[in-house]
Ligand binder design. Structure first.
Ligand SMILES: CCCSc1c(F)c(F)c(S(=O)(=O)NC)c(F)c1F
Ligand SMILES: [Zn+2]
Length: 262
């Protein structure tokens, strides 16, 4: 689990929010995806996503989001195909969300914001030995992003929602097993893809982004439980509600966003 329990101290300091936060950064994330500028690439393969619920291990509040972590010591939960040349191992997933349903997602589609965005983080186990090594490489990570919209209750998400009060404070961890995150994926196979970065420090430019076109629906009350989490640990005076944990959009520079669909 060394890979993803990689402890990151997120100073919620705006400095890394700004486009100039990574001097010389030419492939920063997130971005706005404009339909008219994205290019259908007929050579893009279908995504091959194989997750094993037995690799799910725990939930951790890292002071910026909550991470559902997976045992990434074998190739039991993997992502390949799409724009990827190698096989990537699932190491964790987390979300970004807002203080209200009007904001929350990191990426936007023609400027449309969603109330939250799921990130399934994978690392290139074909070429690198660990998440920490892969996070520093241009082809090291692949993140599948899924937009969340408010609608009917998501039955599969409820098990996760019920576990959140146990990780209310920063640095709290609770066992969480037998969860298959495939239930959080839309049935539609369409996606966009572009080369980008982490959206939290170290902001490394190591991510192949795969953004699902269709959102998944969750209920207002389910998303409200995300906002009951805290950025702060139990021993801090001021309890700060964990909301707006998204980064501001970054310049596209000379990148093309490709679509798997026309
Ligand atoms: C070295 C980070 C440890 S795990 C992690 C994370 F905690 C996170 F928030 C993001 S993100 O940039 O915010 N979303 C893609 C990641 F990519 C991650 F890999
Ligand atoms: Zn993320």
């Amino acid at each position: 689990l060394a890979g993803c329990s990689y402890k990151l101290r997120h100073q919620l300091h705006p400095v890394w929010q700004s486009p100039l936060s990574v001097p010389g950064g030419r492939r920063q994330s997130p971005i706005n995806i404009t339909l008219r500028d994205s290019l259908h690439d007929p050579h893009l393969k279908p995504l091959k996503i194989r997750y094993d619920s037995n690799t799910c291990t725990q939930i951790w509040n890292n002071g910026y989001s909550f991470l559902v972590e997976f045992d990434d010591s074998t190739d039991k939960s993997t992502l390949s195909g799409g724009p990827l040349l190698n096989q990537y191992r699932l190491c964790q997933f987390h979300f970004h969300w807002g203080e209200s349903n009007a904001v929350g997602s990191e990426h936007t589609i023609d400027g449309i914001l969603f109330p939250a965005e799921l990130h399934l983080v994978h690392w290139n186990a074909s070429k690198y030995k660990s998440f920490e090594e892969a996070v520093m490489e241009g082809d090291g990570l692949a993140v599948v992003a899924v937009f969340l919209k408010i609608g009917k209750r998501h039955e599969g998400l409820q098990k996760l929602v019920d576990a959140l009060p146990a990780v209310r404070h920063k640095d709290s961890v609770v066992e969480f097993t037998s969860f298959n995150p495939s239930c959080l994926l839309p049935t539609c196979l369409d996606y966009w893809t572009y080369s980008g970065s982490l959206t939290t420090p170290p902001l490394t430019e190591s991510v192949a982004w795969i953004i699902k076109k269709k959102p998944v629906e969750v209920s207002h009350d389910q998303l409200a439980v995300f906002r009951s989490l805290l950025f702060t640990s139990a021993d801090e005076e001021e309890q700060k509600s964990m909301v707006n944990n998204f980064r501001l959009q970054q310049p596209l520079m000379n990148r093309t966003v490709r679509s798997s669909f026309s």
